[in-house]
Design a protein around this ligand. Structure first.
Ligand code: AMP
Ligand code: ZN
Length: 479
């Protein structure tokens, strides 16, 4: 029986789909103004592990992940510039081009990490009319007020505001509140619609950011030309594509106090029913104990890992080694150790017999005990560290049996570390890779390091890595 930690109740609850055997999952997706960093991607590996565990339980899954291509402001409290508009102006590109470019880069990162592509990836800019309709509905119900720069959700009107997540406290922002709050009545009131060209506010209200640039992305609305507030898109697109309530909403823990609190407020105020039944939140990837994030200046991307000769799946392995609700501190040493562990796993899997194309009933019975233990670990709030330990335990046995192969194939449905693909496949380095390795050795003896590096990159592009050991170059990788 699957049990998941629900942030609404802060307890691990048995999971039951709202409708039959299909599960509707919504994941807050990326703001596409830059490359995703491996911290962001930890959240998406977690959502992928959740999805794969639901599938392993024989459930059907519909997974939606939004693409934020407008409206996410630099400040978290409706202040500062739109991240996309700012990046587009800095790079002298159109916001659309920029969003498309980083959406493609994001999709490539998902693929590199073996994250299943969501069934739908709606963009905020594709749902403007529906977002305006939701603001109109809230306005009719008396949940909004207008200021010189837009329409705001009046949190004082919703008695349950900020109480959805157990133990949640609304912090009053003292000191400097005036500027952060502007014309907002309460600090946690939030923008539903922002105007492109607000009338200049009179003192003491000051506008942040100084001079206003003409926006590239703006739309007509009953309140004037502008753009939607960031939280609106998730309320609208999840309801449109999954219905309300749907089963599971995921995101990083930073989303609890503002983004998810506000999604819940506007959706529940508008429709009088819950937005989602289970809310799951992933902990941060940290560097020296601090969250990995753009403003912290400690970002690492998947492309950077590849440039260092690290297989992106080694990062997936590293993430699986920690429980999704525990912080994980990133170091190059731990990532290198993960790469070695993954290579060791793959080398062992090559020695196993090939798994049968179809697992017979007889074989199923034989592996049942092991697969059951594995499923129990995953069903215990996605305990990937325990599930990984079971995999290592299975590999420790000296004999190599088809039962073990069947188990590895089963476990890899969740782990997705490419183990299944190498089961029973002896490692053969293709002749063209061998040729490049030889040429690189030659370049190294000539001390032509630049050429040696170029050749190493060519080898990496073919999916292989070369490590220089005392016994000469060692080639790894390939399916
Ligand atoms: P953003 O593009 O900023 O909206 O973030 C996309 C996702 O990444 C959100 O679910 C965030 O909660 C998550 N996220 C951001 N930083 C980290 C981090 N250091 N570790 C884990 N998840 C993160
Ligand atoms: Zn969201």
């Amino acid at each position: 029986m699957l049990a998941l930690h629900n942030s609404l109740t802060k307890t691990i609850e048995p999971f039951r789909p709202l409708r039959g055997r299909s599960v509707r999952v919504y994941t807050c997706g990326p703001t596409v103004y830059d490359f995703a960093h491996v911290g962001n991607l930890r959240s998406y590996v977690f959502a992928d592990v959740l999805r794969r565990t639901l599938l392993l339980n024989g459930l059907r899954v519909k997974h939606v992940m939004n693409i934020t291509d407008v409206g996410h402001l630099v400040g978290d409290a409706d202040t500062g510039e739109d991240k996309l508009e700012r990046a587009a102006a800095q790079r002298k590109q159109s916001a659309r081009e920029l969003a498309d470019f980083y959406t493609q880069a994001f999709l490539q990162d998902l693929e590199r990490l073996h994250i299943l592509t969501p069934d739908a990836m709606p963009k905020a800019t594709e749902y403007i009319a529906q977002q305006i309709a939701l603001v109109e509905r809230l306005e009719k119900q008396g949940y909004t007020y207008t200021t010189s720069d837009g329409v705001y959700f009046d949190t004082a009107k919703l008695a349950s505001y900020g109480t959805a997540f157990r133990g949640q406290k609304l912090e009053e922002k003292a000191g400097g509140m005036r500027v952060a709050v502007g014309e907002k009545r309460l600090p946690h009131d939030f923008a539903l619609w922002k105007l492109s060209n607000p009338t200049p506010p009179s003192p003491p209200f000051q506008r942040e950011g100084g001079e206003q640039r003409k926006r590239q992305q703006e739309w007509e609305s009953p309140w004037g030309t502008g753009f939607p507030g960031w939280h609106l898109e998730c309320s609208v697109m999840s309801r449109e594509l999954l219905g309300q309530p749907f089963d599971i909403h995921t995101g990083g823990i930073d989303h609890i106090p503002v983004h998810h609190t506000n999604e819940i407020a506007q959706s529940e105020a508008a429709y009088g029913k819950p937005l989602a039944a289970y809310w799951l939140h992933g902990a941060f990837l940290t560097v020296d104990g601090k969250r990995m994030g753009k403003s912290e200046g400690n970002l690492i991307t998947i492309t950077q890992l590849i440039e260092r000769g690290i297989d992106p799946l080694a990062y997936r392995y590293l993430v699986l080694g920690a429980h999704y609700r525990s912080p994980l501190n990133f170091t190059w040493e731990s990532l290198t150790a993960a790469q070695h562990a993954l290579e060791h796993l793959r080398t062992q899997c090559r020695e196993f017999p090939k798994p049968p194309v179809r697992v017979s009933a007889q074989l199923k019975v034989k592996v049942h005990k092991t697969t059951e233990r594995f499923l129990d670990a995953m069903n215990d709030d996605l305990d990937t560290p325990k599930a990984l330990a079971l995999l290592w335990e299975c590999l420790k046995k000296s004999e190599r049996t088809v039962e073990q192969s069947a188990f590895v194939a089963y476990a890899d449905e969740v782990f997705a570390l490419g183990l299944r693909d190498v089961l029973g496949k002896p490692f053969v380095v293709p002749p063209e890779v061998l040729e490049l390795v030889r040429a690189r050795e030659h370049a190294r003896t000539e001390k032509d390091w630049a050429r040696a590096d170029r050749l190493r990159a060519q080898i990496a592009a073919l999916g292989y890595t070369v490590e220089d050991t005392q016994d000469g170059p060692k080639v790894r990788g390939g399916a």
